[in-house]
Write a protein that binds this ligand. Sequence first.
Ligand code: GDP
Ligand code: CA
Length: 326
Amino acid sequence: MKITVLAGGVGGARFLLGARQYLRDAGADPAADLTAIVNTADDLWLAGLRVTPDLDSILYALAGVNDTARGWGRAGDTEVVNTELAAWGAAWPWFTLGDLDIAASLARTAWLRDGLPLAEVVTRLAARWDVGARLLPATGDEAETIVHLAAPADDGRTELHFQEWWVRYRAALPAASFEVRGAADARPADGVLDAIATADVVLLAPSNPVVSIGSILEIPGIRDALGRTTARVVGVSPIIGGAVVRGMADACLTAIGVATSADAVARRYGSRTDGGLLDGWLVDTVDAGVVDALTADGIPTRAVPLWMTDPATTAQLVADAVDLAN
Ligand code: GDP
Ligand code: CA
C-alpha cells in the first residue's frame, strides 16, 4: 500500500516513525511505499548556508540520530561553530545550529551550488542512513514564511522571517497574517504531484496546520493534486482537548482566526465533498464529542488515541487513519 504523508518537522517526524512501523508490521517495504512531502517554508539562509529545519528533523528522526531529549537536532551535538559565528555577528545568536547540523547544511549548500535540485540533495543526504521512507521537499524553490505582525516590533519592523518570530520571539508577538513569500512562483519538487496522484492513501500528519501543512498547500498545484487524487485524504488532529500537544501552533491558528480545537482545524481544511481536502479526520478520544457534528458536515470523523508516545503507539494511529480511509 502506497502511503503519502504531508508533514512538518517534529510532529511530522513522529508520525512518519509510526507510518514506517505500520508498513513494516504489515510486511511491506516502507522505503518503497512511504513518501513524505515535507514543508520547506521554514527554510532559511544563515551565514551562507541553506538550512532546512523540517527536512532535517525528519531525516534525523528516521535515521535514529536525533536528540530525543531536546526534541530537535542531532544527538550528542556541540555548538562550537555556531558560537564562533555568533561572536562574529554572522549568525543569529538565538538560533542554535549544532556542529553536525552545520555539516549537513554545508553538504546541502555545496550540492545546491553544484546545481542539484533540493529533492536530489535530500536524497543524497538521506542515502547515508536506512531511513525507510522517501523524503521529498514540497518545493525546491525558495518560498519562505514571512510573519506580518499585528503591531510593530520594538525595532519598528512589521514583518519577520518565520524563524525569527518562532524561535527568537517564541510566537509571542501577535501575528496578523502569514505569507509564504515566493510561493506563487514556486513549483512542486519532482515527484511530489506524482506521489499524491499514485498514493493509495494520503495522510496529513498532525503537524502545524498553518505554517507546516498550510504552507505546503500554498505551493501551486499541490492542493489541486489533493483534490484530484483517487486516494482518500485523511488528516490527524494536532490539537487534543483544545490545546496543542507541543509547540505554539495555537498562536498561528489565532492569527488566522481559527480556534485551537480539533474540529475548527478540520473545518479549516474542509470536506473534499465541498472542495476542501478531507475525506476523513481523526480526533483524540477526549474530543469524541465533535465526531457526530463533523461527520454530519461531510468530514467522516473518528475518535482514537492521538498521543504519539512511541512508534508502536503511532503505528496504531496510522492503522486507524488507513482504516478510516478504506
Ligand atoms: P514543527 O515543524 O517541528 O513545528 O513540527 P510539526 O509542524 O510537524 O508539528 C507540530 C505539531 O505537532 C504541534 O502543533 C503539536 O500539537 C503536534 N504534535 C506533537 N506531538 C503530537 C502528538 O503526540 N499527537 C498529536 N496529535 N499531535 C502532536
Ligand atoms: Ca517547522
